[in-house]
Write a protein that binds this ligand. Sequence first.
Ligand SMILES: [Zn+2]
Length: 400
Amino acid sequence: MRAGPSQEEIRRHNLGALLRHVHLGGPTSRAELTSRMGLNRSTIMALTADLTAAGLVREELPRETGRAGRPSLVVRPESARVYVFALDVGVDRLVAARVGLGGTILDRREAVRRRGPFSLDEIVGPLAGFARQMHRKTRPDTVCVGVAAAFSGGVSRSDGVIRFGPNMGSVDVPFAEEMARRLAFGLPVTVGNDANLAALAEHTRGVGVGCRDLVYLHGDVGIGGGVIVNGQLLGGHEGFGGEIGHMIVNPKGRPCGCGSLGCLEAEVGERAVLEAAGRFGAQMGRDAVRAVVDAADRGDIVAQAALSRVGDWLGLGVANLVNVFNPEMVVFGGMLREVYLGSAAQVRSRLAVDALPPSRDSLRLRTSALGDDATLVGAAELAFAQVLADPLEVLARAGS
Ligand SMILES: [Zn+2]
């Protein structure tokens, strides 16, 4: 018979749970932590004391209580002291940010990236440069507890190798290893698929907070996604799952970058929108898609027809996802936010026909709350995962 968890394991678990509460919920009173975590007051006090001694949180008197009696101390994350580096490798841009415990973006750097195939050095070089610049500006008493990157492509979960990046011409690139080497912070770099990380970000900090089952669709040049089932990201056997963009909606349709025909990405991605509107080539990117939606709003019939066509395919794709996963919410992020806003009626009428009534009736369709930062916020949360799992151990290692 296996013995139950030891006192030490329970304490470690509780330390992580308390830190997660203030990391995601912001400053929280001891009294509230006591009721939310279902632990007694003296346990909360002891856990808070340990986290305070490690420099992860601090306690202070609340500004105003409005109640008589002794106020409960407020526990707040040490956002200026404990931080991570979050990196975002998009098709059009590179972003590096220093993000404090609690999710505050303390500093950031961004560069425009030319589209197309890249050498590893062209990505790792600027990002490492940005991170080192920001690192030099930090005070001596600050501590970096993690580094993570969001990458627009298929990432192997175990080793951070980019297995495929159809829009970037990349195959089997040892991104995590090279990034860690160039940063030389003595920390491993964790890498995740950008749309998966954006899904997690919307789930923990965005429009999907409190939602256990959620499907997130992310539009960049391609279409990615993340499926959250019972609070967990669905990754599949090797972590390549959730490739919503390559769900085939139109088998005789437009060619896709993956080699197939009529994938959702081929029918509703940036190129499809701009070609249908007769605007492909002149200007690309999210602004160009936004311009199509604006033109449709002003009565441009070509733009309206383009959005109607794209919205029809988008609705079909969403109907399939709704029938398979029965999500509580579907979230449209990245460029798909614009596409959805410009074609919501079409999407809804498709759902009315193709989604099964029991799944459709309670479904909420929403746009991303984190906007362009969803992937970056997701990378920051990935970087914080270790310290939230075992706060004292990670801090002892980072401080040594
Ligand atoms: Zn495809």
